[in-house]
Design a protein around this ligand. Structure first.
Ligand code: CA
Length: 513
């Protein structure tokens, strides 16, 4: 049957759009608000809807029950900073030097002018906010000016508003950053942050260990604040300091206020929870609430935060206008520097679920994490085995928001809006590279059921959720269908598969961004 001119134009446009990866996912007046809730150090098996039986997470479970639960959802790295870098830029962190775990005085790792998920959505008319843990550095090449303007920072790469923990809470300092300044900083009591002891009598976790309310197990023994010693040193800024116990409450409150103010236009919120990262010091009402110790209590607090955000969206009448994605920045770890009974009280709980490994390594447990997408009325309820990663969210959110992605931007981010929204015939990624902290050249490379592991360091840590390093071959191959736990290296039986994958991985690594 011959096409009418209009049909032909539509056909042509759809082919053209497909070729250029600019498929329009939703019409302009149907664009949803987008909330990305990123948990910290949360493992695949840490929540009920992914198999946990020893702890209850009713809110995260409800989000999954109302949406789409991915069983091959990943973060791009197995530590905090590189996953966050890739989530914002759509570029693998291994392409950019210095994107491993950022120290307290790290300069901004993402330079102004870089396209980010926030800048692209802002350009398309979204209001944008980041609330929670930043850990991507602040300031110019000399690092943050803690007593002045913290620029460049999130406001320079696309966020309209920021309410942040500037680093991560086992590192100094314990202050909030609102937009581009430390909140409540008294100029008479300037904040100093450094990596050397500021004076002989400066109390630390070594000299004043007997005063600590949570003892350290390794590292984490420098400046003490709130009875907890940290990595790094700081003095001053006393009025600006927060209690660890109040982090989640404060961020939930700020998120609710910001959503209320911005409910009339489409908005994008990056809610970067600190739970369940160390130090696991939750609000008093959650202390002892789980039987798993502080790590379990932190899961309950995280679940509460998710529930509060869901409730706020409902109360604002935005439930069917809001896409919520829930993910994690890396897999689980037990003893990560503090004596908090994470191992002793673990019992039958299995933080990495059916997988091996966790934070700091490239076994599946390091990067395969809970990954849920909910948009009631739009995303069909169900499960998906499609491969999707946090690095795909920039291109995917841009498509869903009908936003234009600048040429050359989001180079490693695949537009998976069909997979995320549960559309028929949609597929996930054909392949996925994962990395650890990025110092040693350790990679996971998944293609379908195959997983190639390349360990340039020939060792990995936290393989059995204990931090001592394990010596391993440089290359291993696993069949994830037969062996999801990655116990049986089949590289000798499938040398041809391994060799093809080794070359493909090498080619991807060598591509410039
Ligand atoms: Ca993390």
């Amino acid at each position: 049957m011959p096409h009418t001119p209009i049909q032909f134009a539509v056909l042509f446009l759809s082919i053209f759009a497909h070729l250029h990866g600019e498929e329009v996912a939703v019409s302009a007046n149907d664009r949803p608000n987008i909330i990305c809730i990123m948990a910290d150090d949360l493992g695949y098996g840490d929540v009920g809807c992914y198999g946990a039986t020893e702890i209850k997470t009713p809110n995260i479970d409800r989000l999954a029950a109302e949406g789409r639960r991915f069983t091959s959802g990943y973060c791009s790295a197995s530590t905090c900073t590189p996953t966050r870098y890739s989530f914002l830029t759509g570029v693998y962190a291994f392409r950019q030097k210095g994107t491993g775990v950022a120290p307290p005085n790290s300069p901004a790792l993402i330079q102004p002018g870089t396209a980010t998920v926030a800048s692209v959505l802002k350009e398309a008319g979204y209001k944008t906010v980041v609330i929670g843990k930043w850990h991507l550095g602040l300031g110019g090449k000399d690092g943050p000016d803690w007593n002045g303007l913290l620029k460049p920072g999130p406001l320079d790469i696309g966020f309209d508003h920021a309410f942040l923990l500037p680093t991560t809470n086992d590192r100094v300092p314990q202050v909030f950053v609102r937009d581009d300044r430390v909140l409540n900083l008294d100029p008479q009591d300037p904040l100093w942050v450094g990596d050397k002891k500021p004076s002989e009598d400066h109390p630390t976790g070594l000299s004043h260990r007997h005063t600590l309310k949570m003892d350290w197990s390794h590292g984490h023994n420098a400046t003490i604040h709130n009875g907890i010693s940290r990595i790094g040193f700081y003095t001053g800024g006393n009025k600006a300091r927060f209690r660890d116990e109040d982090l989640s409450d404060r961020w939930v409150q700020d998120a609710k206020e910001w959503m209320t103010e911005n409910r009339k236009q489409p908005f994008f919120m990056f809610f970067a929870s600190h739970a369940i990262h160390v130090p696991r010091v939750v609000h008093e009402r959650f202390q002892g609430a789980s039987k798993l110790g502080p790590r379990g209590d932190a899961i309950l607090e995280l679940d509460w935060s998710v529930g509060e955000l869901m409730k706020a969206v409902e109360e604002l009448g935005l439930k069917e206008k809001t896409l919520i994605v829930f993910c994690s920045d890396n897999g689980p770890v037990l003893d990560d520097g503090y004596v908090d009974e994470a191992i002793e009280k673990l019992g039958k709980h299995d933080p990495s679920g059916p997988f091996r490994g966790g934070k700091y390594n490239v076994f599946e447990g390091g990067t395969r994490t809970p990954f849920i997408a909910s948009w009631p009325g739009r995303i069909p309820v169900g499960e998906s085995t499609d491969i999707i990663s946090t690095i795909d969210l920039p291109a995917t959110f841009a498509a869903i928001a009908n936003a234009k992605v600048p040429e050359m931007a989001f180079g490693d981010s695949v537009n998976l809006h069909g997979a995320l929204l549960g559309e028929a015939d949609a597929t996930g990624r054909p392949h996925l590279v994962t990395q650890d902290n990025g110092q040693a050249g350790n990679f996971g490379f998944r293609v379908g059921k195959w997983k190639l592991m390349r360990l340039d360091s020939e060792r990995a840590t936290n393989v059995e959720l204990r931090l001592s390093p394990t010596k391993l071959p440089k290359f291993q191959l696993f069949d994830l269908e037969q062996d999801p736990e990655e116990r049986h290296n089949v590289i000798d039986q499938h040398a041809d598969v391994a060799e093809t994958m080794r070359m493909e991985l090498e080619a991807i690594i060598k591509q410039s961004k």
